[in-house]
Design a protein around this ligand. Structure first.
Ligand code: PLP
Length: 403
């Protein structure tokens, strides 16, 4: 079914890819298959390494039909051969790093990234003898200079959390591939509707499907869209051995969300543009960082690489003390927007991210990297995930707390 949908439009793929009417009952909606084990007809080996191309289902940590449905849907949306789902976005990131890198290898990671990824690569990977360099991926000469004979992986994120800085995926993939390294991209902020990183040569396309793909804030999950061969490697090594599997119930919820991803992204973008323009005109607001604004420092690249500017933006409000005061007001005075972490849901979410605090806990940038961060974020930014409410209600909420 996924194959027969391949020539169809993205909205059709989102609805139908991976799904088929139930052959025994005719049910139009997919079932949730919670079975942890499967009755086998052929004598099969007991190791994941014995799994062949045509192996049926055996045990739920290896594969599950409801999870397969979601994997086929995401692969169709990303335009990749295959996809491997995980219990969280962080499990997906860990799967890429640990299956791709060995002791003695070198990885280059974006100096700004999702906080969990930043902490994992800086604090955990070196304990396993993996060397990590952090590079501002908008500086291609810095990336080129950082590449070494033992560089196996370049990991980027675009738009990057929380700056919305954009990485030129085609340029990064060319540099990395010429040096014999693979490229992974955390595409959570973009969603497959905005950018399909594999089209630019990215080898591993990672998402926290907790965010836009699920879209409703009610299920945690992760995925890596990639080639058949790399998905098989991720499945055997990461899913089966590290064990971070996605629950079939979450896969079902996330697939139901994914069916409306194309139309949700259109609404997120439209409302975000309205809110971003309003914020730009507010006297208390300094910089507004939204790829869809002509004032975004990389608007031209964003226009070239993104088919949708997504619903993620950040904005400055002056000093750290100003930001903290407004954040405190938000915790009590917001009526529609939730003051909460996470993003990509139908509910709008906002969170204060002071630069000093983020540097202490997650990024630890210094020198030119810190200067580049501060040039966008100043003393701190509010990260706003624009949901699917009416833009007038979001603006009224923001107006009240900005004072
Ligand atoms: C949330 C997020 C993650 C981690 O995903 P979880 O599902 O929370 O584990 C990774 N990258 C980005 C950009 C995210 O927003």
């Amino acid at each position: 079914m996924a194959k027969s949908n391949a020539h169809r439009g993205v909205m059709t793929q989102a609805v139908h890819a991976g799904e088929r009417p139930d052959p025994t009952t005719g049910a139009s909606a997919p079932a949730i298959n919670m079975s942890s084990t499967f009755v086998v007809e052929d004598l099969a080996g007991f190791s994941a390494n014995d799994l062949g191309e045509e192996s049926g289902y055996l045990y739920g940590r290896w594969a599950n039909p409801t999870v397969t449905m979601l994997e086929e849907k995401i692969a169709a949306l990303e335009g990749t051969e295959a996809c491997c789902c995980f219990g969280s976005g962080m499990a997906a990131a860990t799967a890429i790093f640990l299956s791709e890198l060995s002791s003695g290898d070198h990885a280059i990671v974006s100096d700004v990234s999702y906080a969990g990824v930043a902490e994992l690569v800086r604090d955990t990977l070196p304990r396993f003898g993996i060397e990590v360099d952090l590079v501002n991926m908008t500086d291609l000469s810095a990336l080129e200079a950082a590449l070494k004979p033992n560089t196996r992986l370049v990991h980027v994120e675009t738009p990057v959390n929380p700056l919305t800085r954009i990485t030129d995926l085609a340029a990064v993939a060319k540099l990395a591939h010429d040096a014999g390294a693979r490229v992974s991209c955390d595409s959570t902020f973009a969603s497959p509707i905005a950018t399909r990183p594999a089209d630019y040569g990215v080898d591993y396309v990672m998402h926290s499907i907790t965010k836009y793909i699920g879209g409703h804030g009610d299920a945690i999950g992760g995925c890596v869209a990639t080639t058949k061969a790399l998905a098989k490697q991720l499945n055997v090594e990461a899913t089966v051995h590290y064990g971070g599997v996605l629950s079939p119930f979450n896969a079902w919820l996330i697939a139901r969300g994914a069916a409306t991803l194309p139309i949700r992204m259109r609404a997120h973008e439209e409302t975000a543009l309205t809110v971003a323009h309003w914020l730009e005109g507010h006297p208390k607001v300094g910089k507004v960082l939204y790829p869809g604004l002509t004032s975004h420092p990389q608007h031209e690249l964003a226009t070239r690489q993104m088919n949708n500017f997504s619903g993620m933006m950040s904005f400055q409000v002056g000093s750290e003390a100003d930001g903290e005061r407004i954040a405190e007001r938000m915790t009590t005075d917001l009526e529609v927007i939730h003051y909460a972490v996470s993003l990509g849901h139908h509910r709008s979410l906002i969170f204060w991210m002071p630069t000093a605090g983020l540097m202490d806990s997650s990024f630890k940038l210094t020198g030119a990297n810190l200067a580049a961060y501060r040039s966008m974020a100043g003393d701190g930014i509010f990260r706003l995930s624009v949901g699917l409410e009416d833009p007038e209600d979001l603006i009224a909420d923001l107006d009240r707390v900005l004072g």
